[in-house]
Ligand binder design. Structure first.
Ligand SMILES: Nc1ccn([C@@H]2O[C@H](COP(=O)(O)OP(=O)(O)OP(=O)(O)O)[C@@H](O)[C@H]2O)c(=O)n1
Length: 475
């Protein structure tokens, strides 16, 4: 039981917070248990600052016990039996034993409290999430595992306490949670869990977009998202959440490097993850997975036997917006992912390394704050197995990044603005505010992108020529 020993050590380190908490509850004659994901993560050596507890004390009693002890206190979950506090760096949630289903909880705030720890554990989603550690005045005191979650944890298997049908019937979101744990923990689904998802996957449609999205975020940002996405697709769950992903299976990859666009996209996701600098990058990961979702809808068979996907980046960006909005993603995330999908072919537009200053400026300008991610996405998008071609493409990416760095050293590439502002334009042309000023501004910005920074005299000269050449100003 090396894992259990690891958990014991992890929990010893928390004695400062566990022991006083255990003392508070014990002296009032109540039981207190660390429970759920906190125990699972302690055993796996990945426990963070969030600690979940369960107790026989009713929420009002918990509130009374914690009021003088905690640094901060919130009771937004109190109608569901949960009291939240902060103590030092720890965010602590204490929930009274529950005996109702999770689906009831999400639909109906009428709570049914349980009498024993076991009442509470059997209603949980998976056995690995249904272990508890009794907390007393000495801190962690006893390991409680009536559903043998430890065996499942050692075997790396996601299984349910009762039958999967019962667990998923209680809360269909758990089907997606199961797949999310593949990504976070690298575990496998027990065959009966897999089977139940294939049979019940349409029930996920009962779940609100917000809850689905929260799980998807954890899934895509986990350590094993490819395996999780594949499980989501193979069990049929993806069909009800993001049908565009299995939709990519229908379309052959035109480079014939992969079986289909779906396999190519998984490889791009993997390569994008390898290029991340630190924390998982949600936007980059979604963009990598979804960059080609416009392909099935734009596929055309060409006369010579080839296939084309004209404008798949435009169609794909639109599809991303629609799907991510439906999943209630924040506006900024939707537009960043959609913009990356829209821009992912920009690199190829310039051919083999023929990057003029103007092309570099336009690329940087169009990418805006997404530049770093766009560079990663275009690199990741190279999945050819032809070594010579891959090397040539890598050189092109290196070349582009060097060209950007060189030009940045010479001029401000970050926020390209026209060399004259709106006021200067109005003064020079003698026009009032109106659409003409906007047109002139855009003309000067194009010029700035083409030619780089201009002196005030050059900019004024260019603006005068533009003005004189307008049909209404001639003759
Ligand atoms: N639909 C759900 C949601 C949660 N739980 C239980 O509630 C605990 C806490 O839920 P949550 O915080 O959502 O998940 P964690 O497992 O803690 O994982 P994470 O903190 O990574 O989200 C879970 O461990 C599980 O025991 C459940 O049984 N059914």
């Amino acid at each position: 039981m090396r894992l259990l020993a690891a958990a014991a050590i992890a929990l010893r380190e928390l004695d400062d917070v566990l022991a006083p908490l255990g003392e508070l509850f014990a002296s009032a004659g109540h039981e207190l248990y660390l429970v759920g994901g906190s125990v699972r993560d302690a055993v796996l050596g990945r426990l963070g600052n969030d600690l979940d507890f369960t107790t026989d004390a009713r929420p009002e009693q918990v509130t009374r016990l914690l009021k003088g002890w905690a640094d901060a206190f919130w009771d937004v979950g109190i109608e569901f039996g949960t009291v939240g506090v902060r103590k030092g760096e720890h965010l602590i949630e204490i929930t009274t034993f529950r005996a109702d289903t999770y689906d009831q909880v999400s639909r109906n705030p009428e709570v049914t409290f349980g009498d024993t720890l076991e009442d509470d554990l059997v209603r949980r989603d998976f056995t690995v999430n249904a272990m508890a550690v009794r907390i007393g005045p000495k801190g962690a005191e006893d390991f409680c595992d009536p559903l043998d979650g430890m065996s499942a944890l050692l075997a790396g298997v996601i299984d349910t306490p009762a039958t999967p049908e019962q667990s998923f019937g209680d809360d269909p979101l758990r089907m997606l949670r199961a797949v999310r744990f593949i990504s976070q923990l690298g575990f496998e689904l027990a065959p009966r869990v897999w089977q139940a998802i294939t049979e019940m996957n349409d029930e996920i449609e009962r779940i609100t977009a917000e809850r689905v999205r929260a799980e998807l975020d954890k899934l895509i940002c986990g350590e094993h998202p490819l395996e999780a996405i594949d499980a989501m697709v193979e069990t049929g769950l993806a069909e009800h959440i993001m049908p565009e992903i299995p939709g990519m299976k229908l379309t052959i990859d035109e480079h014939h490097q992969h079986k289909d666009v779906y396999q190519h996209s998984l490889t791009v996701l993997k390569q994008a993850i390898d290029l991340e600098d630190g924390d998982p990058d949600l936007v980059l990961r979604w963009a990598a997975l979804l960059h080609d979702i416009g392909k099935p809808a734009t596929r055309r068979h060409e006369p010579g036997g080839g296939v084309s996907f004209h404008h798949h980046e435009v169609v794909g960006a639109k599809m991303v917006r629609k799907r991510m909005r439906a999943l209630k993603y924040p506006k900024a995330v939707v537009s960043d992912v959609a913009d990356l999908v829209f821009l992912h072919l920009r690199f190829h537009g310039y051919g083999d390394g023929a990057w003029t200053d103007s092309a570099v400026r336009r690329y940087v300008n169009d990418a805006g704050h997404l530049l770093d991610r766009l560079n990663k996405l275009v690199r990741a998008d190279c999945t050819t197995r032809n070594k010579r071609r891959a090397r040539r493409l890598q050189q092109n990416y290196d070349n582009l990044e060097k060209r950007i760095a060189d030009l940045k050293a010479k001029e401000d590439l970050e926020k390209v603005r026209p060399d004259l502002d709106g006021n200067a334009i109005m003064e020079l042309l003698g026009v009032p505010p109106g659409p003409i000023v906007g047109q002139a501004w855009r003309y000067l910005k194009e010029l700035r992108l083409d030619r780089g920074p201009l002196s005030p005299e050059e900019a004024e000269q260019a603006l005068r020529e533009w003005w004189a050449a307008r049909p209404e100003n001639q003759g």
